[in-house]
Design a binder for this molecule. Sequence first.
Ligand SMILES: C[S@@+](CC[C@H](N)C(=O)[O-])C[C@H]1O[C@@H](n2cnc3c(N)ncnc32)[C@H](O)[C@@H]1O
Length: 310
Amino acid sequence: MSLQFSHKPVMLAEVLDALRPRPGGRYAEGTLGGAGHSEAILAASSPNGWLFGCDRDGAAIEAAQERLAKYAGRFELRQGNFSELADWVPPESCDGVLLDLGVSSPQLDVAERGFSFQQEGPLDMRMDRRQQTTAAELVNRASAEELARIFWEFGGEPQARRLARVIVRERACRPFETTSALADVIERVSPRRGKRAHPATKVFQALRIAVNDEIGSLRIGLAGALKILKPGGRLAVITFHSLEDRVVKDFGRARAQDYTFTGGVDVPELRQPRAPELKLVKRKAIKPGAAELSENPRSRSAQLRVMEKT
Ligand SMILES: C[S@@+](CC[C@H](N)C(=O)[O-])C[C@H]1O[C@@H](n2cnc3c(N)ncnc32)[C@H](O)[C@@H]1O
């Protein structure tokens, strides 16, 4: 596997336990990354299990091709957004689907990708580098209101408005081009004062989510994943922050209900019974065990939710 792409799969045993790969089974991963999870799924479904994998990142697809080469003929890979899964994979064809959200280690570690405030690099943050909008474009073009909304909604940044105002003022003199230029301004406006996390953590997370439309893709991707699952097939989703976990939790709860509401303006709301589309395999999210937490710090905020199509 290329040295450039090294990512330790999070909660691997728990994912295999959730998806229960078996010979002849068909699986999909919308977030291939370095293909650690996908390789394990192909191994566990030997000799003839099949996997469709996609990732927005071209570097991930290259790394995955290399890593999965020994399973040639048993997988198909594609660069693209998992929000399109249902366009590429036939309906009700999969026994298991995995979404392991967020960024991979190489995306964070390669300075030129511009995801990390700890490394000097262009203010980029695009998972798919064919996409036009970069973080720099957003930071240099969006209105103060829009930036404040992004920082608050996607980062929970308490100083959202103040930071947005300062950014808009500073960019009039010199547009932001690098990760460190932005991190420096944030640190100046909101000094660390003994806090453990760097003051730019929330703004960088928020910009990354906005640049890649991560929440919009997740909503569409979850619905698509459910479409391509066979009845009895399982969906496993690993999230890394509360915003995306809430989307997954709400999706699961809504589709597991045996009723829906009808009605609206001037019409009383009525509960209508209906067949649930899925069941929650566990009510609560699964968290990494102590051994993984000590060995892989990036697993700290991971949560796994597992659902089964009815
Ligand atoms: C945490 S990593 C996945 C790691 C992978 N499971 C492994 O074992 O190596 C997340 C990956 O998902 C990709 N990604 C995030 N959102 C995506 C989306 N909407 N569509 C496709 N890929 C996405 C990122 O580019 C990144 O490579």
